[in-house]
Write a protein that binds this ligand. Structure first.
Ligand code: PMP
Ligand code: GLN
Length: 385
C-alpha cells in the first residue's frame, strides 16, 4: 500500500460486519437495511435484465431515463432545475460520486474542510486526490443532546489554500441535520471565499426533525455545488450501488471525466429500476421516513434504558451514544468486546475522527433494522449494566 493510503487499512464497516457474522451477533454496526426496498422496484430491475435493457455498457453519464428521473426528483422535492443532458451524472453509489468529485476538483496540496466526525471514505479520497483534510469538529450541545456545528470554527478553518468544503447533511454518524440558517451561513462563506462545496446528501429523505435543505438551493450556490444522492439509502438497495451527482455543466463534466476512468459506466439494469423508484409517489418517501423514525425511537429508548447517553439523531439511520455513563471509556475495546458480552455489534466513533482520542468514548448504532431486531438488541444491551 502506498503512503497516501497506508493509514486507512480495512474499513471499519467491513471489519465489524465480519465480526457480526463470526460471532452470530445482531449487526447494528454497518448501515444497511435488513429489509429490501419496494417489490415493484425489484421487479423493474428483473424486467430490465430480462428485456435486455442495460446488459451492455450503458451511456457514460447514465441512462437518459435515470438522468431525467434525477432531475424530476430535484425539481419535485427542492424546486431545483437541472438539465439531464449536462447537469446529471450517474455513479456507482455515492461512494464513487465522492471519489470522482474529489479526484476531479482537487489539485495536490488543496485543503478540504470536512465536518468531523466524518464518513470514512472522505479522508481516504481526499488523500488519494493528494489533498489535505482540515476537520471542523461537530460538538455535543448540552441543552439539545445533539451535535452542532460551530460556524466560527468553520470560518477560521478557511485559508488561502482551501479549495472546497465537503459537507454531509443529514450527518453520519451524529444524525445532525444542518439548519437552514447554518447552511445559509456556509453558503455565504463559500461565495465570499470562492469555495466549491461537495455535499453528500444521501440521507436527504431521512429527516425526523427539521427539514432537509439542499446546499445547492442557496443564492450563489447552484454553480459552485456538487450534490450527491444515493438509491442505497433512499430505496434501501445498498447492494445496487446506484448514486448520482447534480451540478453545473462545468462541475458535473469534471466529475464525469474522473468517473470515466474509475468505473467507466455504472451497472445498467439497476439504473432502469432506480429511474422508476425516483418517480414513486410522495407516500413512499414519507413512509420510509416514518418507518425509520419509529425505529430510531425504539433503539434510542432501548439504549437510554440500557444506560447509554443517547444523542437523539434528527436524521440518518445512526445513533451516536456516549458509553462513559456505563463506566466505559474506550469505544473500540467496547465494540470489540460487545459480541461476547451480549451479542451485538456497533461501530466505535473514534474511526471517524483525525484525533482518535476525540471520539474515544462514543459508539454508533444503526437502526435501519426490523423492529423486533432492534428490540432484541435493546434487551441484550440491558444485560450490560
Ligand atoms: N455517504 C454517507 C454519509 C454514507 O453514510 C454512505 C454509506 N452508506 C455513503 C456516502 C455511501 O453510499 P453508497 O452506498 O451509495 O455508495
Ligand atoms: N454508510 C454505511 C455506514 O456508515 C456503510 C457503507 C460502507 O460500508 N461503506 O455504516
Amino acid at each position: 500500500l502506498n503512503r497516501r493510503l497506508a493509514e486507512f487499512g480495512t474499513t471499519i464497516f467491513a471489519e465489524m460486519s465480519a465480526l457480526a457474522v463470526r460471532t452470530g451477533s445482531i449487526n447494528l454496526g454497518q448501515g444497511f437495511p435488513d429489509t429490501d426496498g419496494p417489490e415493484e422496484v425489484r421487479e423493474a430491475a428483473v424486467r430490465a435484465l430480462r428485456d435486455g435493457r442495460g446488459n451492455q455498457y450503458p451511456p457514460g453519464p447514465g441512462i437518459p431515463e435515470l438522468r431525467a428521473a434525477v432531475t424530476a426528483h430535484q425539481q419535485r422535492w427542492y424546486g431545483l432545475t437541472y438539465d439531464p443532458d449536462t447537469e446529471v451524472l450517474v455513479t456507482a453509489g455515492a461512494t464513487e460520486a465522492i471519489a470522482a468529485s474529489l479526484l476531479a476538483l482537487l489539485e495536490p496540496g488543496d485543503e478540504v474542510i470536512a465536518l468531523e466526525p466524518y464518513y470514512d471514505s472522505y479522508a481516504a479520497c481526499i488523500a488519494m486526490a493528494g489533498g489535505t483534510r482540515v476537520p471542523v469538529t461537530l460538538r455535543p450541545s448540552p441543552e439539545e443532546a445533539c451535535y452542532r456545528l460551530d460556524l466560527d470554527e468553520l470560518r477560521d478553518a478557511v485559508t488561502d489554500r482551501t479549495r472546497l468544503i465537503l459537507l454531509n447533511t443529514p450527518h453520519n454518524p451524529t444524525g445532525t441535520v444542518l439548519s437552514r440558517a447554518e447552511l445559509a451561513a456556509i453558503a455565504e462563506l463559500a461565495c465570499e471565499r470562492d469555495l466549491l462545496v461537495v455535499t453528500d446528501e444521501v440521507y436527504e429523505h431521512l429527516v425526523f426533525e427539521g427539514e432537509h435543505v439542499p446546499m445547492a438551493s442557496f443564492p450563489g450556490m447552484r454553480e459552485r455545488t456538487v450534490s450527491i444522492g444515493s438509491a442505497g439509502k433512499t430505496f434501501s438497495f445498498t447492494g445496487w450501488k446506484v448514486g448520482w451527482v447534480t451540478g453545473s455543466p462545468e462541475l458535473v463534466g469534471a466529475v464525469r471525466s474522473a468517473k470515466q476512468f474509475l468505473t467507466y459506466v455504472s451497472a445498467g439494469p439497476f439504473q432502469y429500476a432506480v429511474a422508476e423508484a425516483l418517480a414513486l409517489p410522495d407516500d413512499y418517501f414519507h413512509g420510509l421516513r416514518e418507518d425509520l423514525r419509529r425505529k430510531r425511537d425504539i433503539l434510542a429508548d432501548g439504549l437510554a434504558e440500557a444506560g447509554f447517553r443517547v444523542f437523539r439523531p434528527s436524521g440518518t439511520y445512526f445513533i451516536t451514544t456516549d458509553i462513559t455513563a456505563l463506566g466505559e471509556q474506550d469505544g473500540l475495546a467496547f465494540c470489540l468486546g460487545l459480541p461476547e458480552r451480549c451479542g451485538v455489534v456497533a461501530v466505535p466513533n473514534a474511526v471517524f475522527y483525525d484525533d482518535k482520542t476525540a471520539g474515544r468514548n462514543l459508539v454508533r448504532f444503526a437502526f435501519c433494522k426490523k423492529d423486533e431486531v432492534l428490540r432484541a438488541a435493546a434487551t441484550r444491551l440491558k444485560q450490560l449494566s
